[in-house]
Write a protein of this length. Structure first.
Length: 386
């Protein structure tokens, strides 16, 4: 007979059970964002086998894992409920209300129970109006893409960019628009992407002396533009600033560098070295999954030096950045998040125990003379996560 459990042990067990239970989230609606599939421009950046499934391989090539990727379009929210804040998903009716209102900064916007869908024709009219007004968040445009598709959104979105006035171009208010534009370029067919890119080049040539043009330069020219106008970390001033010096780039600029894995990996390593491989609030911390897709295993080699140091509040972001990759180095990062003090221990354990390709890795790591060996042994010997 099993020994009787104390009250504290019972409470701990109940807490673990409730923590492990996955809450039933809102329904995710079908999305048109990836409707072009392998015919999309970004499919040229496909890396077969880098992710856990072929579908995720393609999704990464088309911007998944960053502010450039599609968002989850969620089922309509009841009118009496307040919309949660999120950068990865938005309720359909909440997005429609914001898009039709044109701005979220004038006050609360009521969302109807079941508003009429936005048609492609309405989407084009809305974009030409609301983009220049700069009253919406990037997630609203990404939600619209989910509703009507990237081929509808991209040309009208650029119409809006072209109509933004001089005053706004002299500020940082356009910052959130560039990841949206880049993601759209990835997800439309090649001919549409090239045509849109030509318009963006013309726009850059017209605005290149203005403050906001630096971000457009990076969108168009990747590492070359980062060298000229990248937002880099200065060891002298202990802050990020626009610079043409040989200093490490911020992570978000690196996410524009498709097809440049060595550059991304080298910049990522240099950035962490500048911080002596210690996470710094608002400076360097868990990076988006797209960074690891672009930089490959060399970026995971750098990440392995810091994953142990993330605060509990940041461990969820770190796990989400690794969980879709097949690389043994991604698995090792997740192993480091599986210890008893980890805030994402149960998620990490469930992942490690649920991936067939990880079992032989755990067996090999368990034989090493490193702190990871104890973690690997615990995963192999412990009860399966529920």
């Amino acid at each position: 007979m099993a020994p009787a459990r104390t009250k504290s042990e019972k409470a701990k067990t109940q807490k673990e059970k409730s923590g492990n239970a996955k809450p039933h989230g809102p329904e995710v609606l079908p999305s048109r964002a990836l409707e072009h599939g392998a015919n999309a421009f970004g499919a040229r950046y496909l890396k077969p086998g880098v992710a856990l499934t072929p579908e995720l391989d393609l999704a990464f090539a088309l911007g998944h894992g960053s502010a450039m990727g599609p968002v989850r379009l969620l089922a309509d929210l009841a009118p009496e409920k307040k919309a949660p804040s999120s950068s990865t998903g938005i309720h359909r009716n909440v997005a429609i209300a914001a898009l039709r209102a044109g701005s979220i900064f004038a006050g609360p916007i009521a969302h109807e129970a079941a508003p009429a869908p936005i048609t492609e024709a309405e989407a084009r009219v809305l974009l030409e109006k609301v983009v220049p007004e700069l009253g919406l968040l990037p997630i609203h445009y990404r939600a619209l893409e989910a509703m009507v598709g990237p081929s509808c959104v991209l040309p009208a979105f650029i119409d809006g960019l072209e109509a933004i006035d001089d005053e706004a171009w002299g500020t940082g208010r356009l910052h959130g628009l560039w990841p949206v534009a880049y993601g759209l370029l990835l997800r439309v067919p090649e001919r549409e992407s090239q045509a849109a890119r030509a318009r963006l080049v013309a726009l850059f040539e017209k605005r290149q002396t203005m403050f906001a043009a630096a971000n457009l330069d990076i969108l168009l020219h990747g590492s070359q533009a980062i060298a000229r106008v990248g937002y880099k970390y200065s060891l002298t001033y202990k802050s990020y600033q626009r610079s043409d010096k040989d200093e490490p780039s911020n992570v978000h600029d690196l996410c524009y560098c498709d097809g440049e894995p060595d550059f991304v990996a080298a910049q990522f390593a240099a950035l962490w070295a500048a911080f002596k491989f210690k996470p710094q609030a608002n400076m360097v911390g868990p990076s988006p999954a797209r960074l690891f897709f672009l930089g490959g295993d060399k970026t995971f080699e750098t990440e392995l030096r810091v994953v142990d140091l993330y605060a509990g509040t940041k461990q969820g972001e770190a796990f989400e950045a690794y969980e879709h990759f097949r690389s043994p180095l991604a698995a090792r990062c997740i192993l480091k998040l599986s210890g008893p003090k980890s805030k994402v221990q149960q998620s990490a354990l469930a992942w490690l125990q649920g991936q067939p390709h990880v079992a032989p890795l755990l067996e090999a790591w368990a034989k090493e003379e490193t702190p990871d060996a104890a973690l690997a042994k615990a995963v192999l010997a412990g009860p399966r996560a529920t």
